[in-house]
Design a protein around this ligand. Structure first.
Ligand SMILES: Nc1ncnc2c1ncn2[C@@H]1O[C@H](COP(=O)(O)OP(=O)(O)OP(=O)(O)O)[C@@H](O)[C@H]1O
Length: 642
């Protein structure tokens, strides 16, 4: 329907809410003032009162001859008789800041704060209950009385907002004049400096902003994924988060405090078979550090008597070594808190990490597949094996370059901390335990390579005992894996010699390093993508927080109706529009895509219009997201200014 027509439409299921078509020269439009056009449009006061006090005192609207009956809109069901004054007791949209005061308005003689009201207007058919529809202030009432600005609406179907032509488009009915309106522009008078800096970035744009409209295309099936990280990563991270908050099982007595660590939780269930760590039993605990509140893993070696305190200096050397394939060592101390003399070494916590043994060697219970219980294969693929070899070799290289030796490369001490990500764990413990038995570093480093060879053989054979029958184990590798892999294994378990260095191993690995590099970079890209979705998500959370600050606030500035009046009323109705819609049977519409779409359009300050309906369905407002955004900024600004 062409702009300028005076027509009405009603919300299908509501009690006749009437909205008239908007003028083509919206107040927020920068289109040159159309005073002349205004004189062609009927003054609303004629409709309401049958006369206009300002007819000869500057009112720019058309006034039919006094004796003539005021003509109603052509297709209006409303008789042309004057409406009662109470009929305009509609919720009032009074943004504190003009949306665009530079835009010429149809009523230039009206103060800016009042002009603003004509950009969003309401129409009513009966008096709304005061609890639902706040009374306008006296000045607002006066303005409504005098200007009758409540009838300025676009004639859009508010229930299909996506069907509307975009402002500024070539074929737009406003002649494309909206194209010059920057929807991201901050409203003049907006004082970002007074706002919480936490929110400031979303409000002031110092450079060309992203085109958020691109994000708001309604794509119901896929939209949710764009605002949340993918399910598998989310689940994994949530499980980790749960793990670090797990409480100690009842019946286990542990020290309350241990050298700045508290809330100890054993990492292994109490009844598992215990293996010795050299000559000692050791136990792992997760504990919270009192200084930084983070969790760490403490390896306690039971009944260990530290003969030489200098033994702990090796831990200092380890704590300086940071490598992506090594579980970082933090500190070591002795303690009597467990009622014995224990050595405790503190490591980074990698919640839900598995050892290589648990991941690839330990038998897994059969699982239902295709309706039948089937054994689960533990076989490590060649690709994964190469990845493990490269990562562990890289860690060994870093250790050797730091003048240390790993001394413990074992399937039960290497952790898988993510997808195919491995880290050497328990570093440094052997150095302390064996401090009294010094050994030549180069020999220890050669041993590291031999231990790596044994580890690969165990993984290929899925058995910790594979080294007991070396010939058979190597044959298995020859049958199941490439010749290159077999060569690497044979090199690693060969006799020590000057040729046998970690550098030599990298020569053998060759171009597989590049494959590993590709994978690593792809993984970074994937994670960056996930991060982006969370970034968008965070933007929306900030918006929701603003709603939370504003909506239902019991009082502000001694005004108990603050959150129910003025700009805040729009915010409340918008909140209802986003969250409290019901379908034709009155069932709640719980549609995340609708919520995300609305919030994004709000954040982008879209010029698209929506109809907000009061809870009693007696009044409605047609507003653009941009106008709602201004209301939110204004209300939030009031709160942050104190
Ligand atoms: N730094 C760490 N962060 C998180 N989990 C860890 C860490 N170190 C070890 N774990 C986990 O603790 C569990 C026990 O580890 P480990 O087998 O080394 O302990 P242990 O007491 O030496 O056991 P065992 O006596 O069976 O060798 C494993 O599931 C392992 O994944």
């Amino acid at each position: 329907m062409a702009h300028g027509d005076m027509s009405f439409f009603s919300r299908p299921s509501s009690s006749a809410v009437k909205i008239s078509a908007p003028p083509s020269d919206e107040p927020s439009s920068p289109k040159p003032s159309s005073k002349k056009d205004n004189t062609q449009r009927q003054c609303r006061n004629i409709l309401i009162y049958g006369h206009c006090k300002f007819q000869d005192k500057g009112c720019i609207y058309y006034h039919p001859p006094r004796e003539a009956p005021s003509p109603g809109p052509p297709d209006s069901p409303t008789p042309g008789a004057a409406l009662p004054a109470q009929a305009v007791n509609a919720p009032v949209f009074v943004p504190k800041t003009p949306i665009n005061p530079s835009s010429p308005t149809p009523a230039e003689a009206v103060p800016a704060s009042i002009q603003q009201q004509s950009s969003v207007s309401s129409d009513t058919t009966s008096e709304p209950s005061s609890s639902q529809s706040p009374q306008p202030s006296p000045e607002q009432q006066e303005y409504y009385d005098e200007q009758g600005a409540v009838s300025e609406h676009e004639q859009y179907d508010p229930y299909n907002p996506y069907a509307y032509p975009t402002h500024g488009g070539e074929g737009s009915e406003d002649g494309g004049h909206m194209a010059s309106v920057n929807p991201y522009e901050l409203p003049p008078g907006y004082d970002a400096a007074t706002l919480d800096p936490f929110y400031a970035p979303s409000m002031s744009f110092h450079r060309q902003p992203l085109n958020y409209h691109l994000y708001t295309l309604p794509r119901p099936g896929s939209l949710e994924h764009r605002y949340f990280i993918s399910d598998d990563i989310r689940e994994e991270l949530q499980r980790r988060s749960e793990t670090i908050r797990a409480a100690c099982p009842p019946g286990i007595s542990l020290p309350e405090e241990l050298q700045g660590y508290h809330t100890l939780v054993p990492l292994e269930p109490p009844n598992v078979e215990r293996r010795k760590f050299g000559n000692w039993y050791s136990t792992l605990y997760r504990a919270v550090n009192s200084n930084d509140g983070a969790t760490y893993v403490l390896r306690r070696v039971e009944n260990f008597r530290l003969m030489q305190p200098t033994a702990l200096t090796t831990i200092e050397a380890w704590s300086r070594l940071r490598h992506p394939n090594i579980v970082t060592v933090h500190e070591a101390f002795t303690s009597r808190a467990f009622s014995d003399s224990s050595l405790v070494v503190v490591y980074d916590d990698h919640p839900n990490a598995q050892t290589l043994y648990e991941a690839h060697i330990k038998a897994k219970p059969p699982q239902f597949q295709g309706g039948r219980l089937q054994a689960v294969s533990n076989r490590v693929s060649e690709r994964t094996l190469w990845s493990y070899i490269i990562q562990i070799a890289n860690a060994i290289r870093a250790v050797h370059e730091a003048g240390l030796a790993v001394r413990l490369i074992d399937v039960t001490k290497i952790l898988v901390t993510g997808k195919n990500r491995v880290r050497l764990g328990s570093c440094g413990v052997v150095d302390v335990l064996m401090y009294d038995l010094p050994a030549e570093l180069t020999l220890l480093q050669q041993d590291d390579l031999t231990m790596l060879g044994a580890l690969v053989i165990q993984l290929c054979n899925q058995s910790v005992n594979a080294m007991n029958n070396l010939q058979k184990a190597v044959d298995v590798i020859g049958r199941n894996y490439s010749a290159d892999l077999k060569s690497v294994v044979l090199f690693l378990i060969s006799k020590p010699g000057t040729h046998k260095t970690i550098g030599q191993l990298f020569d053998m690995i060759g171009s597989r390093l590049l494959t590993e590099l590709d994978e690593a970079q792809n993984a970074v890209d994937r994670l960056e993508g996930e991060l982006m979705s969370e970034l968008e998500n965070g933007r929306l959370v900030r918006l929701l927080c603003k709603f939370g600050f504003i909506n239902e606030r019991p009082e502000h500035n001694h005004d108990t109706r603050w959150s129910e009046t003025g700009d805040r009323y729009i915010v409340k109705l918008f909140r209802d529009y986003v969250f409290h819609q019901v379908d034709e049977l009155g069932r709640p519409v719980v549609n995340l895509t609708h919520v995300l779409t609305c919030l994004n359009k709000l954040d982008a300050g879209s010029d698209e219009r929506i109809m907000l309906v009061s809870r009693d369905e007696q009044s409605c407002l047609v507003v653009s997201y941009r106008e709602v955004k201004v209301c939110i900024e204004s209300a939030f600004g009031e709160l942050t200014r104190g």
